[in-house]
Design a binder for this molecule. Structure first.
Ligand code: P6P
Length: 336
């Protein structure tokens, strides 16, 4: 009998990776598999989001007699739940929760990692069927194991991440994660309910033809940013311009496309948002880690995102991220 053994599931892949590190405890592999489990549960609800409106809005009782929760809260509870009941995570920080959550039980206090996540980014797009996503970031804790994790565990610079990833709930559902060994993409196969390795060893093309920015904010950007956006629209022998503008308004979908095909995504500071809109700890840092491992670059316009020393859980940052050559070209405008 010819058994198809070519396609690796997420579980098989993480176990295979574990074998390469005989001294590894398996905690990170467990954490990544837990994220995949929560993602499958969220995917079920996201895929029927439209139906929830028919069956009743958030806060009501659905036909099964269950409380219908906002999808953001539902997603938050799924990711927090698998991490709290797993063996790998001492606590979490979430876009949906004001403060860090310290799990503070015997197993969690002995866990190696802490995790930060945006459980459902771009959820405003659900009602119009636009792709949305989950973003997560994993750090080795710096506090003493055996005790509850502390705030310092979460406020490490992004270069200290041991893993980062995202799930994009789109035309298909994909989980992409990076460790220092590389970036790998897994597509959910609904016929077996498993994430399967579809995009091994993802590399961000050094150049691209796509620039992603909200043109509606154009007159709020600083002049050097406006000059670069103008250049993206002009024929330019050096960079093969003009580029194509693609902006979905859902960071996970926009950055995922540019990671695979090449391109640059920008969310600069504006007059209304002088510190930027995107969150450093669970939006900018994880994507900066993933894109850098894949060969791209990520800055706040002044410094490498991964070198920023965080001071608070929900702090914001501007973000410029994508193909190396496009980021280098951007620097020639921003450093003027
Ligand atoms: P704007 C979604 O609300 C989000 O946080 C990101 O996913 C997205 O890239 C950005 O905001 C879009 O913001 O101001 O362009 O609508």
């Amino acid at each position: 009998m010819n058994v198809n053994r070519k396609v690796l599931t997420l579980d098989e892949f993480t176990i295979q990776q574990l074998r390469m590190f005989p001294n590894a405890t398996g905690e990170l592999s467990n954490l990544l598999r837990d994220m995949g489990l929560a993602a499958k549960r969220v995917n079920v609800e996201v895929n029927k989001a439209g139906l929830v409106d028919i069956l009743g809005d958030a806060g009501t009782i659905n036909v099964q007699g269950e409380d219908v929760k906002k999808l953001d809260i539902f997603a938050n509870n799924q990711f927090m739940g698998v991490l709290r009941h797993g063996i790998s995570c001492a606590g979490i920080g979430s876009e949906e929760m004001d403060e860090f959550v310290v799990f503070d039980d015997e197993i969690s206090n002995n866990s190696k990692y802490v995790c930060l996540f945006d459980p459902l980014d771009g959820s405003g797009n659900i009602d119009v069927n636009v792709s949305i996503g989950t973003i997560f970031s994993v750090y080795r804790r710096v506090s003493e194991r055996g005790k509850p994790c502390t705030k310092e565990d979460f406020l490490q610079p992004g270069r200290k991440q041991v893993a980062a990833g995202y799930i994009v709930y789109g035309s298909s559902t994909m989980m992409v994660y990076a460790t220092r060994r590389g970036v790998n993409g897994f597509t959910l196969d609904p016929s077996i309910g498993e994430f399967t390795l579809s995009h091994p060893d993802i590399k961000c093309p050094e150049s691209g033809k796509v620039y992603s920015v909200n043109h509606g904010n154009f007159f709020q950007y600083e002049d050097r940013v406006k000059a670069y956006i103008d250049a993206c629209q002009k024929k330019n022998r050096d960079n093969g311009g003009p580029y194509t503008q693609r902006y979905i308004g859902s960071m996970v979908a926009d950055v995922h496309r540019n990671l695979i095909k090449g391109g640059i995504f920008m969310y600069p500071t504006t007059i209304d948002k002088p510190k930027g809109k995107l969150r450093l700890l669970y939006e900018c840092n994880p994507f900066a880690f993933i894109v850098e491992v894949a060969g791209g670059r990520a800055t706040n316009g002044k410094q490498r995102i991964l070198d920023i020393q965080p001071t608070e859980l929900h702090q914001r940052s501007s973000l410029f991220i994508g193909s190396k050559n496009m980021m280098d070209e951007l620097d020639t405008y921003l450093n003027q």
